[in-house]
Design a protein around this ligand. Structure first.
Ligand SMILES: *Cc1c(COP(=O)(O)O)cnc(C)c1O
Length: 369
C-alpha cells in the first residue's frame, strides 16, 4: 500500500470534543458576530500571548491589510517586496495605490533596506515590507528611513505569529502590523486576521473601519468595509491558544531535524537562523543552485512523484503577475535577487502532525540521488 500524500502544510485542529462547549455557548448566547464575548476574549488573550497592547481581529488577513492602509490614509506610491503572497500588493491595488517593487536581500528573502531610499519619490507615502517565513525585516534600518522621509511603515506579518526579536514581539515595529490566521498559518481560526496598533486611537479607527465606518447606530465616519471576525472563528482562536506552545515546539523540532539532515548537501542552501530572533518555524525553505544534480523544478517534481507536495513559495514573483508586470519597478533587471531566489526555492512540508519518519523520508529523497 502506498503512503498518503504529504502536503506542505496541514492545519492544526484541536480535539473536536473540546470545541463543542464553545459552540454550545454561542448557541446559548445567540451572539454570532459584532464584537461578541469570544471576540472580546480573543483580542485580550492574543494581546497577552503576543506581548502587544492593541489588536483588532479581522475576518481574514487580506481585508486587514486593505484596512490598515485606509486607517493610515495611505495613497500615492508604496514601496514593497516582489517576493510575497499576492495579498501584499493586491491590498495596495484595492486602495488605488501604486506599488513600487524593490529587490530583496537574498540572505533573508526580505525587502533589502539598503535599496529603499533610491526608490523614494515625492509620491511615496509608505513602506510595506513582509517578514518572510517569519524572519524579521531590518526593522531598525527601515524605521530610520521612514523617520527621515516622513513615511509610514505597515508590516505584512502574516508569517510572523509569535516571533520575538531582541526579546520583544516583532509585531511592535512599524506603524501597524497585520497577521493572518488562515487555516495554513501557524495559528488558525479557520479564516482570520488581525491588525496590531500602537495606541488606543489607532485601534478605535480600525475598529470603525472594519464595521462599515459605524461609530454608533447613526454615525458613520468612513466608507468602511465588513471585516469582522465571527464568534465561531474567535472561539476557535481561544481553543487554539491552548495548543500554540506545543505547536511551535513541534515545528521547531522539525526544523532542526531538516537542518541536521540537509546541512552538507552540495548545491542546497538554507536561510541562517538569526541569533537575535526566536522564530516560529512557519516555513522551511531550501534553495537549489546549479551545483545540485537536479534543477529546482526537477527536484520539486521528484518530490511530488513520491507523494510529497512542496511549494515554490514564492514563485512567480508578484512583479511578474499580469496586473504588476507593466510597472516601471517590475523590470526583472532591477529585481535580480528576487528572481534568483524565486527560481531556487522549495518550501518543504512543516506542520505539527508531520512525524520524524516522514521528515526522514523527505530528506532521504533530497540527499540520495
Ligand atoms: C496568508 C498571507 C496573507 C493573506 O492572509 P489571508 O488571511 O489568507 O487573507 C497575506 N500575506 C502573506 C505574506 C500571507 O502569507
Amino acid at each position: 500500500m502506498s503512503e498518503p500524500p504529504i502536503y506542505v502544510t496541514q492545519p492544526h485542529l484541536p480535539p473536536l470534543e473540546e470545541f463543542i462547549p464553545y459552540l454550545e455557548q454561542i448557541w446559548e448566547n445567540k451572539v454570532l458576530t459584532n464584537n461578541g464575548p469570544f471576540h472580546q476574549r480573543l483580542e485580550r488573550a492574543l494581546c497577552d500571548y503576543l506581548g502587544v497592547e492593541y489588536l483588532s481581529l479581522f475576518t481574514n488577513g487580506t481585508v486587514a491589510l486593505v484596512t490598515a492602509l485606509q486607517a493610515l490614509r495611505i495613497g500615492g506610491e508604496v514601496i514593497t517586496t516582489p517576493y510575497s503572497f499576492a495579498a501584499t500588493s493586491h491590498s495596495l491595488l484595492w486602495n488605488s495605490i501604486k506599488p513600487v517593487f524593490v529587490d530583496i536581500d537574498p540572505d533573508t528573502c526580505n525587502l533589502d533596506a539598503r535599496l529603499i531610499e533610491q526608490a523614494i519619490t515625492p509620491q511615496t507615502t509608505a513602506i510595506m515590507p513582509m517578514h518572510c517565513y517569519g524572519n524579521p525585516c531590518d526593522v531598525e534600518h527601515i524605521q530610520t528611513i521612514a523617520d527621515t522621509y516622513g513615511l509610514k511603515v505597515i508590516y505584512d506579518a502574516a508569517h510572523a505569529f509569535g516571533v520575538k526579536y531582541k526579546g520583544e514581539s516583532l509585531l511592535r515595529h512599524g506603524d501597524l502590523s497585520v497577521l493572518s490566521f488562515h487555516a495554513t498559518k501557524v495559528f488558525n481560526t479557520f479564516e482570520g486576521g488581525a491588525i496590531i496598533s500602537p495606541d488606543a486611537k489607532s485601534k478605535k479607527r480600525i475598529d470603525h473601519l472594519k464595521n462599515f465606518g459605524f461609530v454608533d447606530q447613526v454615525t458613520v465616519v468612513a466608507p468602511g468595509i465588513n471585516g469582522k471576525m465571527s464568534e465561531v472563528s474567535a472561539a476557535m482562536g481561544l481553543l487554539q491558544l491552548d495548543y500554540i506552545d506545543s505547536v511551535l515546539a513541534r515545528r521547531n523540532e522539525i526544523e532542526l531535524r531538516y537542518r541536521a539532515a540537509l546541512a552538507d548537501v552540495e548545491g542546497l542552501s538554507m536561510l541562517e537562523q538569526p541569533s537575535d530572533t526566536k522564530g516560529n518555524a512557519s516555513y522551511f525553505p531550501i534553495f537549489v543552485d546549479a551545483n545540485y544534480p537536479l534543477s529546482r523544478d526537477a527536484l520539486y517534481q521528484k518530490l511530488i512523484d513520491a507523494g510529497i507536495n512542496g511549494r515554490r513559495y514564492f514563485y512567480p514573483l508578484l512583479s511578474d503577475m499580469p496586473m504588476y508586470r507593466g510597472l516601471p519597478s517590475a523590470k526583472p533587471e532591477a529585481l535580480l535577487a528576487a528572481h534568483r531566489v524565486a527560481n531556487a526555492v522549495i518550501c518543504l512540508p512543516i506542520y505539527p502532525s508531520l512525524n520524524n519518519e516522514q521528515v526522514d523520508r523527505i530528506t532521504e529523497l533530497i540527499v540520495s540521488l
